[in-house]
Design a protein around this ligand. Structure first.
Ligand code: SF4
Ligand code: SF4
Length: 303
């Protein structure tokens, strides 16, 4: 059996990635499971999803604690103790990280139990589908390619099954071109077959359960939103073009996290400690005066 765990952020298509991989495995003749595990449902918040597939009936249920393949869709999660994407991975786990950084830089920053495979999927998504936030197709393709057990034709079919009803024909073709590029660029890696796992809870996202009336992730203190530096969630950041901004303040009103303030001059000011990079402000600015900048290309942190 092959057990895959996906880590990403709400809105990046992580659940869809697990479904695409599960469907592609099924089309390749395997039995398959795929499912997500949500914490707080919030765009940008860490989420986890899982795919298992096997030539035999799958009797395991529940989260994958010891993954054969770990796909980290957003390298900023490596810094996040609540997401803990490396939790449970060991020296036999194949680890993939979406990052524009090179392997040496990442290995100097984080303690990986096995040598990670690094690829800038965000850059590939920008090139093909012009969207920096949606990794579903790219992450599923990277996973399928690394495992080497799924044919490109089956992956393409799975992408069409998941996305054809949501995308226009041209965007669907762009996703298929993205898949093909990843299949050409990423190499298959040998997998260590594991015995059946003993399922035991680890520190991976423990959602507290209580009475139905209170069965939700617990907020331990009121007014604590500012303590969570959601600026670490960003893949991209908004940058206001003050030469053209007419101070209409629509961005201020539409930011879902209240991270745009107003200065004494009446101009919008972004709080980068808490802006999570959802780019709703850029979509809403009537004059398109908010640029999208990749975090990896930011030179001056203060702007
Ligand atoms: S400032 Fe813009 S990108 Fe940042 S959280 Fe608000 S709407 Fe999203
Ligand atoms: S929506 Fe655009 S024009 Fe209006 S205040 Fe924001 S940046 Fe300026």
């Amino acid at each position: 059996m092959i057990r895959v765990r996906f880590h990403g952020r709400g809105g990046q298509g992580i659940k869809t990635a697990s479904q695409i991989l599960g469907n592609a495995a099924f089309l390749s003749g395997f039995q398959a499971q795929d499912f997500p595990l949500y914490g707080a449902e919030r765009r940008g918040a860490p989420i986890v999803a899982f795919t298992r597939f096997s030539p035999d009936p799958i009797l395991e249920r529940g989260p994958v604690f010891l993954p054969d393949l770990l796909l980290v869709g957003d390298a900023s999660l490596l810094n996040d103790s609540q997401a803990a994407p490396l939790c449970g991975a060991d020296e036999s786990t194949l680890i993939f990280v979406n990052s524009p950084q090179d392997r040496d830089t990442l290995e100097n920053q984080y303690s990986f139990p096995s040598t990670p495979i690094i690829d800038d999927l965000t850059g590939r998504c920008l090139k093909h589908i012009k969207r920096e936030h949606i990794f579903s197709t790219a992450l599923a393709a990277a996973g399928a390619r690394i495992l080497g057990t799924i044919e490109l034709s089956h992956l393409n079919q799975a992408v069409e099954m998941e996305l054809a009803s949501e995308l226009d024909a041209s965007t669907l073709q762009s996703n298929l071109a993205l898949v093909e590029e990843i299949f050409r660029s990423v190499s298959p890696r040998p997998l260590v077959e594991r015995a059946a796992q003993t399922l035991k809870p680890t520190s991976l996202i423990q959602v507290q359960q209580g009475q139905v009336s209170e069965a939700a992730p617990i907020i331990l203190a009121p007014g604590n939103m500012a303590l969570r530096k959601t600026g670490k969630w960003r893949v991209v950041r908004p940058k206001i073009d003050y030469e053209h901004c007419n101070k209409c303040l629509i961005c201020y009103a539409r930011c879902p996290d209240g991270t745009i303030g107003i200065d004494a001059d009446g101009s919008p000011q972004i709080d980068y400690d808490h802006c999570k990079g959802c780019m709703i402000c850029a979509q809403e600015c009537p004059g398109h005066f908010i640029q999208t900048i990749r975090e990896s290309e930011v030179v001056d942190e203060s702007s």
